[in-house]
Design a protein around this ligand. Structure first.
Ligand code: LIP
Length: 275
């Protein structure tokens, strides 16, 4: 009963936030820079987060919320904030628009991501793509669905048959992984929304996703989607996922060790790039 209420509140929050995002998708936005000219925030990110916070706090006034727009921006934004909140009884982890750069440019690949962690364990994950009206929902131990249909990760076992996805590595990680993995797989897509890319791993549309330097709000909901759809999530070195993981690897499970191995070798390579 309580689990249903939490899920309904998260869906209502994502629905209202998603409607605002959709209405503004092709309009001019008020854009501000956070840490650099490629780290953006819009008035709609802020309004979306306010909507989500309002829904959560109206129903659960004593729950904690970690939202992207509510913390000081920086390289380790979520890990600093998580240090205090990580083991909260109920912690909602919110990315009001995951894929803000896409949103700013009108490239229609962005979403709302809402996760609920209970004592550090993610129990509910919702990723809503307002442009395609796709609802990706997972509850711990209950499987994952897209628009009500059960999701399963892909069955691909051969890397050469896998379409993968990633995020552009920041300067400190150069091309590590990207250039090493690209020739081993069918291709790699960099679509600009970690949460939505994870949802697509869960739906079997790509076989894996990895990225360095993500924050908990980018991935917490998507991680549960992948796990509940039968996939595997670790850090890029193959260690178990927890909310503080920032270098992430999520796959269909079959290819996980092979990919982790390639990423580990690429990361250690002296040039840190085309190996
Ligand atoms: C973004 C991610 C994207 C990643 C960016 C950033 P935002 O989140 O989803 O995939 O490459 O570094 O974290 O800022 O749009 O919520």
């Amino acid at each position: 009963m309580e689990a249903k209420r939490k899920r309904d509140v998260a869906i209502a929050a994502a629905r209202e936030a998603g409607a605002l995002i959709r209405e503004n998708a092709h309009r001019v936005k008020k854009v501000a820079f956070k840490t650099s000219e490629s780290d953006l925030v819009t008035d709609i990110d802020k309004r979306s987060e306010e909507i989500i916070r309002r829904h959560i706090l109206q129903s659960f006034p004593d729950h904690d919320i970690l939202g992207e727009e509510g913390v000081e921006p920086g390289p380790a934004a979520s890990s600093d904030a998580l240090a205090e909140m990580r083991d909260a009884e109920h912690l909602w982890i919110v990315d009001p628009i995951d894929g803000t750069t896409n949103f700013v440019h009108g490239f229609p690949f962005f979403c709302v991501s809402i996760a609920l962690a209970e004592m550090g364990e993610v129990t509910l994950g919702i990723v809503y793509d307002p442009m395609r009206e796709e609802w990706f929902i997972a509850e711990k131990g209950k499987g994952a669905t897209v628009n009500g249909e059960r999701m399963r990760v892909s069955r691909d076992e051969k890397l050469s048959e896998c379409l993968m996805s990633s995020g552009f590595p920041s300067e400190s990680h150069k091309g590590a992984g990207l250039f090493a993995l690209r020739p081993r797989v069918r291709n790699v897509r960099i679509a600009g929304s970690a949460a939505l890319q994870l949802a697509h791993v869960a739906a079997g549309r790509v076989s894996g996703y990895w990225e360095w330097d993500v924050n908990a709000w980018d991935v917490a909901a998507g991680v549960l989607l992948v796990e509940e759809a039968g996939g595997r999530v670790t850090d890029t070195a193959g260690r178990p996922y927890d909310l503080s993981v920032s270098h992430i690897l999520a796959t269909n499970g079959h290819i996980h060790d092979k990919v982790a191995d390639i990423l580990a070798k690429a990361h250690k390579a002296p040039s840190n790039d085309c190996t």
